[in-house]
Design a protein around this ligand. Structure first.
Ligand code: IDP
Ligand code: MG
Length: 151
């Protein structure tokens, strides 16, 4: 079943000029971009988005990093895209991430791990509503989908 997920390209991705490479990879994988913008994360958004981590010791550092420079927020659509994007990103700690994943190919430090992806379909729905209004999420046809998705 087709579903949607939230991907954030964190400030390190934008600063390092890796936005194009990462978007290139996820487009080539076949996922459809249904929302995309460059934004500054605020304290309020950080607390909402990372609600499960607000009381963790790493939260202040994480929040200030995420607010330090612009980020890219994207909504992706595809078959099992939530779980598939998690695999595409690699382990949270890049030291443990497999080569071939974003974190395994481009990152070395857990606090500079380049990318966020929702961890479940429920999280995706919640997180997408933080970053996108309904009008900013687009439904459209792609002729090439017949060559990517059997049915
Ligand atoms: P995820 O991004 O792979 O879903 P989470 O456990 O949800 O990982 O943590 C959210 C983010 O918080 C991570 O991507 C990472 O940037 C940061 N983080 C998580 N654990 C640590 C830690 O132990 N030290 C520093 N930063 C951490
Ligand atoms: Mg997470």
């Amino acid at each position: 079943m087709s579903e949607r997920t939230l991907v954030l390209l964190k400030p390190d991705t934008v600063q390092r000029g890796l936005v194009g490479q990462i978007i290139d990879r996820l487009e080539k994988r076949g996922w459809k971009i249904v929302g995309l913008k460059l934004i500054n994360m605020t304290d309020e958004i950080a607390k909402l988005h990372y609600a499960e981590h607000v009381d963790k010791p790493f939260f202040p550092g994480l929040a200030s990093f995420m607010m330090s420079r612009p980020i890219i927020a994207m909504a992706l659509e595809g078959k099992n895209v939530v779980e598939a994007v998690r695999k595409f990103m690699g382990s949270t700690n890049p030291q443990e991430a497999q080569p071939g994943t974003i974190r395994g190919d481009f990152a070395t430090d857990i606090g500079r791990n380049l990318i966020h992806g929702s961890d479940s379909v429920e999280s995706a729905v919640r997180e997408l509503s933080i970053f996108f209004t309904e009008g900013e999420l687009h439904s459209y046809e792609r002729e090439i989908d017949a060559w990517i998705i059997e049915s």
